[in-house]
Design a protein. Sequence first.
Length: 283
Amino acid sequence: MEKYLFNDGTNIIKEAHTAEELKSLLLTCTDPAKTKIWVFDTNEWLSFTEFSKKYNFISTPTAVAKRNVPPRIEENGETETPGWKRKIKNFVIIISVIAVALLVYNFTHVGWEKVGPVNFTASRPANTPYVNSDSLIQVIETQRGQSLDKVTKTNFRIRNSWPEKISLKLTGDKYSNKLTNRYENLEFSIDNSTGYNLDNAVVQLNTWKKAGIDSFRLNNTDTFRFSNIGYVMPAKRKIGNDYKGDSISVSFYSIKSKVFNFCYSSEKESNYGNNNDKWYCKQ
């Protein structure tokens, strides 16, 4: 009786008791290079090629039928999206992103109407009321029993009337929509007519929101520093940012000049408690 052993490279050895059984096994092997056949009457393992030549077996092994591969399971448990569905899904995502971008654009740009130029001048600060400098000089001279020199009088007058000699302006463009206002192309201008250089000045830009019919609440504050401000021409600075708010205002936060012993601060009532010369300072 014929007997063969068949190994297709998977380490599973099958027995074939007839040449027909062996032929059936050979026709189903997927990798002839790994296939070996043991012929009992020769007591040796033969490769597929050696067996075919020696025993005149010329048939080509048939390919294993392609299995129906189930859709790949993703880690989240969802099946892989077919190509055409994935394209539709990507298209919907792109359309959604464009729609959101258009909504943002419409809200931030469309609907704004230019309502006029911006031209604000800083108000006189509450901690620096109008005073009669000449009257104060007379009081001081009477108390001291001697006249003040010309330079001292000049510096005294400048310190007590600085809001008339140092002005702060803000110019630009104002736009409006149903919700609020927007301020663009803003520029600060400090006009120093004291006849002396200012060492530095810090200015504030405030935006306000309506809190009632006739009331506002502070929305945002930015500060800007100027240095070495001359008196020949105004010092100017453009602001790169746009600002939104129902109203806008500007003011001096602080000013300093060593030349005429001047130090103003919006957070103080005076430097040394002397209301006759509130902003005198010795640096």
